[in-house]
Design a protein around this ligand. Structure first.
Ligand code: C5P
Length: 227
């Protein structure tokens, strides 16, 4: 049986990519299956948490049982949903692959080929949802970020991750080792590996395994911290 160490804890998890409209039929977005975020939400609910999953564009996944799912498409929609659900939360996990940019203008009609067709798409920077969560400085609320890093060795991935954790100012950062010597593709697959880095200086290895197993290790650390 799973531990009930998240009983009654209010948790928000974002998952999947965001997609920004260019015109009524086209979008610019980040590819993400959403599998790791869904696993985090499912495992937290199984351990007793009260979970809101803010899901962007994902593969065709079964919604986790006993989880409140909010579907969004754009970064702005994800931002509103995460900040809103995050108000009463004790833990917010930004597992989503958020589009850093969006088209500056959204055409009202499908952009046509031929004379006058655009040669470039001007972009605008999207808000950084994780940075906004950190800036809110809600006492007692833990904020976790994700980062995909490539490196030739664990050492590189760890030092990139440590630098990003400090830059982002969140409490924990899950660093996915992508690419590198194994060439492992964490994005589409069922498995994942990496490190859980804490602002307290802690680092926990997350060995290659299912996304549910990685989620369980992340929640072990978070549950200890909340206790
Ligand atoms: O800086 P980078 O995009 O690598 O950081 C990744 C982390 O920041 C992830 O947790 C992601 O969900 C979050 N993020 C965000 N808003 C953005 C970009 C990234 O919340 N606009």
């Amino acid at each position: 049986a799973l531990p009930r160490d998240l009983e009654g804890r209010r948790v928000v998890v974002s998952a999947g990519g965001t997609a920004e409209p260019l015109d009524p039929v086209r979008t610019l977005g980040n590819r993400s299956s959403g599998r790791q975020g869904y696993a985090l939400a499912r495992v937290a609910a199984q351990r007793g948490a009260d979970v809101t999953l803010v899901a962007g564009t994902t593969a065709d996944l079964d919604p986790p049982a006993a989880v409140d799912v909010v579907r969004v498409r754009t970064t702005e929609e994800m931002r509103t949903a995460v900040l809103d659900a995050g108000k009463g939360a004790e833990v917010v996990v930004m597992a989503a692959a958020v589009a850093d940019f969006r088209p500056a203008d959204v055409a009202g009609f499908k952009i046509k080929k031929g004379p006058g067709e655009p040669e470039a798409i001007p972009l605008t920077r999207n808000p950084d949802i994780l940075a906004e969560l950190v800036a809110e400085q809600v006492p007692g609320r833990l904020v976790l970020g994700f980062a995909a890093e490539t490196g030739d060795a664990d050492h590189d991935v760890l030092s990139f991750g440590r630098a990003k954790l400090e830059r982002k100012g969140c409490d924990y950062l899950v660093v996915n080792a992508v690419g590198g010597p194994t060439g492992h593709n964490a994005f589409e697959g069922a498995d994942n590996e990496g490190w859980l880095l804490g602002a307290d200086g802690s680092s926990v290895a997350l060995p290659m395994g299912s996304k549910a197993a990685l989620a369980a290790r992340v929640w072990d650390t978070v549950a200890d911290r909340l206790a």
